[in-house]
Design a protein around this ligand. Structure first.
Ligand code: HEC
Length: 145
């Protein structure tokens, strides 16, 4: 192998934690959260997010709250098509709720994403979504296959 190619490969593998080297992109439709996790997320959604984003995440919040976008179903899939759950996680964690961003635990924020997927009729699977951007980066949002 040419030294330059070798150097490039070494650099690439240095940039990635060993446990992730074998990781491949997969879709949100491949069973990436659990029903139990979505249930936990539902409590947070109803307690914190629903007053602006609507109980069903359709953007129909309470009249005295600021106008907020839909965060489920077709709107979610369209707006975030081609992006990873890491992008969604970072946005929610760093900006929501707008009056008190980053006020919840990382576990709370990832659980609420599980519930957003459940509201979107994305089927649950066997393993929970972890609150870990390095893993979420490989889970891609897109239309139902
Ligand atoms: C006080 C009202 C309010 C609360 C509470 C709130 N949001 Fe929001 N949210 C907004 C507004 C307004 C925007 C649009 C911000 C913008 O476009 O700059 C937004 C944007 C978003 C977006 C981006 C939507 C998109 O596709 O553009 C997501 C996702 C989101 N909120 C999730 C949540 C979650 C999850 C919670 C609960 C932890 C939450 N929000 C709580 C008002 C709220």
């Amino acid at each position: 192998m040419k030294p330059l190619v070798l150097a490039a490969i070494t650099l690439l593998s240095l940039g990635m934690p060993t446990s992730l080297q074998a990781q491949e992109e997969r879709s949100i439709w491949s069973g990436v959260y659990t029903a139990e996790q979505a249930d936990r997320g539902k409590a947070l959604h109803l307690g914190v997010c629903a007053k602006c984003h609507g109980e069903r995440g359709d953007g129909a919040g309470e009249p005295d709250q600021p106008q907020a976008p839909a965060i489920a179903r077709a709107s979610l899939l369209r707006k975030w098509d081609g992006l990873s759950l890491a992008a969604l996680y970072e946005l929610i964690r760093n900006t929501m709720p707008p009056d008190n961003p980053a006020s919840r635990s990382e576990q709370n924020y990832i659980d609420v994403i599980a519930y957003m997927l459940a509201m979107t009729k994305v089927p649950p699977g066997e393993a929970e979504l972890p609150p870990d951007p390095a893993v979420l980066d490989y889970i891609m949002i897109g239309p139902k296959p």
